[in-house]
Design a binder for this molecule. Structure first.
Ligand SMILES: C[S@@+](CC[C@H](N)C(=O)[O-])C[C@H]1O[C@@H](n2cnc3c(N)ncnc32)[C@H](O)[C@@H]1O
Length: 467
């Protein structure tokens, strides 16, 4: 594997190398499952073009164009004068490599149930969310091709990676070897079974969150076989038992929107039973038809004879459960060891600064501090860095119709506020306690009502003011 790794690097088979060789048009076409522009961009038979064709595009290459390190890797098979990839081998943004099953394309045969999916958008999303704080012990639950371990290496002294699918662990081990990662231990088993009563400072999981009816031949990489969103619920409920004091868990998840039920209550309830501080962010909601189409496309089922039957059965299953939509998002837990945990559930559609992992600890701190601070009147607050005050009003009017505080960093929230909060943002520098400061502001700009320090609590939770 070491020889192969050197060959891949020397050839320029890296994220930047592939991106540069394919160009924007071919990369865009690939995202639409169109191979032709990428085949044209790699028509030369130089070593990089050959590797891209073999392991990125998954098309046969001439055996004579291939280096011995590749021929002898055990990751290709001969077919006449040609070599065919037996796996998908991709460079990854960390500088490492990932080995997974070959990408499925429209017209391919049905996926095998133990298909090991390659790293994609969801993998990258989770990696972006995870705290950058160095830790001793980390757990990647459902490691698949091993991608999260590539991100954890260097930040965790030791990583345990689990998966229900033994083939996933086999391919993950190849990924880690090719990426030069040694401090990782792979264990087979479901959910937290392989780690019994062990504790971790950090748990990450991009779980099999797809919500689908139980069926023969379900795809292990995305369907748990549990009922509805039970798998994600159980993950959240069980994780706290495996977190060290102060330990954090970061999960991607899907959840149901059921007629007559508030989704916030549903997901918030999972966390409230966890005893940890929690933060849930919903990033998208799809209606049942959009959701079914997305996942039928993911398994390249469109255009196949089973498509209509599978689509209909899946929708009927949603109908029976009065499902109106499915939420996509992320869930963060922190074992704060308090008897008074706080859970915040919210929906964002706007762009946030990436990676969230750079500032997620501060977000959790703000939520917890706002919840637990006792005497806000005596608190020394500071206005958050990068805050803007936007005023919207009629031309020539003395007073604005709306004042908006807008964050230019981190979660980039914005919120309409009154004149008192806006004035507070202008003077809050940690020198004077909030209570007296509000009294002075009220005298200058208020409408006579005595402003309440408690009204500032939500603005602390949302990071407009820092305590
Ligand atoms: C969506 S893939 C995620 C792969 C990879 N961690 C990533 O971030 O892209 C989910 C993984 O969970 C595994 N899995 C499915 N059911 C599981 C279970 N009950 N316990 C542990 N892992 C499971 C699947 O085999 C698959 O590798």
């Amino acid at each position: 594997m070491e020889r192969l790794r050197h060959h891949l690097l020397e050839t320029g088979y890296t994220i930047d190398g592939v991106r540069e060789r394919l160009g924007d048009m071919a990369a865009g076409a690939l995202a639409r499952e169109e191979l032709i522009p990428a085949l044209r961009a790699t028509a030369g038979r130089d070593p990089l073009a050959t590797l891209i064709r073999l392991w990125w595009l998954g098309v046969p290459v001439q055996a004579k164009d291939v280096a011995p390190e590749v021929r002898e890797s055990g990751l290709v098979t001969a077919s006449g004068d040609e070599l065919v990839a037996t796996v998908h081998l991709q460079p990854w943004e960390t500088g490492g490599y990932l080995v997974s099953d070959r990408k499925v394309r429209p017209g391919d045969p049905a996926l095998r149930p133990d298909h090991v999916v390659g790293a994609g958008g969801a993998s990258a999303n989770l990696a972006q969310l995870v705290t950058r704080r160095p830790v001793q012990r980390a757990l990647d639950l459902g490691t698949g091709c091993g991608v999260q371990v590539l991100h954890l290496a260097g930040r965790a002294d030791h990583v345990t990676a689990t998966d229900l699918n033994p083939r996933a662990l086999e391919l993950a081990r190849l990924s880690w070897k090719l990426s030069g990662i040694t401090d990782v231990e792979a264990r087979a088993g479901s959910m937290f079974e392989p780690v019994a009563d062990e504790l971790f400072d950090l748990i990450v999981s991009n779980p099999p969150f797809v919500i689908a009816p139980a069926r023969e031949g379900k795809l292990t990489y995305r369907e748990s076989g549990g009922d509805g969103d039970d798998f994600c619920r159980d993950l959240v409920r069980r994780a706290p038992r495996h977190l060290t004091p102060g330990g954090q868990a970061h999960f991607l998840a899907n959840w149901l929107h059921v007629e007559g039920e508030d989704w916030r209550e549903r997901v918030g309830g999972w966390l409230r039973e966890s005893g940890c501080d929690g933060w849930v962010v919903q990033r998208d909601v799809q209606d049942p038809a959009e959701y079914v189409e997305l996942w039928l496309k993911d398994a390249a089922e469109q255009g196949t004879p089973r498509y209509a039957e599978h689509y209909d059965r899946w929708l009927a299953w949603f109908d029976d459960r009065k499902v109106e939509g499915v939420g996509f998002g992320w869930i963060t837990l922190r074992n704060s060891g308090t008897l008074d945990p706080v859970v915040r559930v919210e929906h964002f559609t706007h762009q946030v600064a990436l990676p969230v992992g750079d500032y997620v600890d501060g977000v959790l701190d703000a939520i917890a501090i706002a919840h637990r601070a006792q005497d806000l009147g005596a608190a020394l607050l500071k206005t958050a860095d990068g805050l803007l005050d936007e005023r919207i009003g009629l031309p020539g009017a003395e007073d604005p119709m709306r004042i908006v505080l807008r964050q230019t960093q981190g979660l980039r929230r914005s919120r309409e506020v009154g004149t008192v909060e806006a004035a507070l943002a202008g003077v809050c520098d940690g020198q004077l306690a909030l209570g007296p400061l509000l009294n002075v502001i009220a005298e200058l700009v208020g409408d006579g009502d005595m402003p309440d320090a408690e009204a500032i609590r939500p603005l602390i939770a949302e990071g407009y003011f820092v305590l």
